[in-house]
Design a protein around this ligand. Structure first.
Ligand code: S5P
Length: 278
């Protein structure tokens, strides 16, 4: 049998992959996934604090990560942050603010550290578009690295007609490789690092691929969203984390949120176990 380090990323367990990461947020996410047997990230896109906390309380046990859009919450305040962070500890999940930064380095460093949201103070992971060039990573890393945060680059999107394809996706992978201490992976629909030429150093690399556009029932919405199943995402495309929003919180109350979250957890984990056997 080959040693864990010589295996392909998708043949390793999440636990085995911890050693391939130097970034603390990446390590913590993988450890959480292994410990809780879940590769589910729940996207809680609701507009009030109480709604958000109620959903997180219901789904927190089933997921490794909760994804937020803090700028859609009308009564966002420090109390929400304190309660969300407390839930992340008691229910054992990471927090991912889906901020999709897209400006020059100086501006994003201020957007990340300051303003009403002070994202870096509470969110373990955040994400950015590669569009502005390497300065966006440098700007965010000056704030995030001292706090042991991690960054995901948007290499592809789930929406119809996305322009993040081809050379743009490959350039995004190359950008990630230039910042291995802070960029821990991608938002993408497949193992995008395999689209780019292998790293020139010949060194082994390990990126986390978090994938939105996941649904067991719906195939999409009226605004361009496109859904695939957990099996298509994790087994067929080799992605690591399924991001599910309306498929879970679209349910009508606590019991339904809980059972839907657990259903996605089971489906995602089954697909991961199946891929380990290949
Ligand atoms: O390509 C993307 C990237 C992201 S982060 N497509 C997406 O849908 N997202 C986010 O994932 C989106 O902003 C939303 O918060 C979530 C998908 O939600 P759902 O309700 O469609 O599952």
């Amino acid at each position: 049998m080959s040693s864990p380090s010589s295996k392909a990323t998708t043949s390793k367990t999440y636990g085995e992959r911890v050693a391939s990461h130097s970034n603390q947020a990446a390590k913590d996410l993988l450890l959480t996934m292994e410990r809780k047997k879940t590769n589910l990230c729940v996207s809680v896109d609701v507009t009030t604090k109480e709604e958000l906390l109620k959903i997180v309380e219901a789904v927190g046990e089933s997921c490794c990560c909760v994804k937020t859009h803090c700028d859609i919450i009308s009564d966002f305040d420090q109390d929400l942050v304190d309660r969300l962070v407390a839930l992340s500890k008691s229910l054992d999940f990471q927090i991912f603010e889906d901020r999709k930064f897209a400006d020059i380095g100086n501006t994003v460093s201020l957007q990340y550290s300051s303003g009403v949201h002070r994202i870096a103070s509470w969110s373990h992971l955040t994400n950015a578009h590669a569009l502005p060039g390497d300065g966006i990573v440098t700007g965010l890393s000056t704030v995030g690295l001292p706090l042991s945060r991690g960054l995901l680059l948007l290499a592809e999107m789930s929406s119809a007609g996305s322009l993040a394809t081809g050379a743009y996706t490959i350039e995004t992978v190359q950008m990630a490789r230039r910042h291995p201490e802070f960029v821990v992976g991608f938002i993408a629909q497949q193992r995008v690092e395999r689209l780019a030429p292998p790293p020139s150093s010949g060194e082994e690399e390990d990126f986390l691929v978090l994938t939105p556009g996941v649904g067991l029932v719906s195939k999409g919405d009226k605004m361009g969203q496109q859904y695939r199943t957990p099996r298509q995402v994790v087994f067929e495309s080799g992605c690591d984390v399924i991001i599910v929003g309306r498929g879970i919180y679209g349910g009508s109350g606590v019991e339904e949120w809980k059972s839907e979250a657990d259903r996605y957890r089971v489906e995602g984990w089954k697909a991961y176990e199946e891929r380990l056997l290949v």
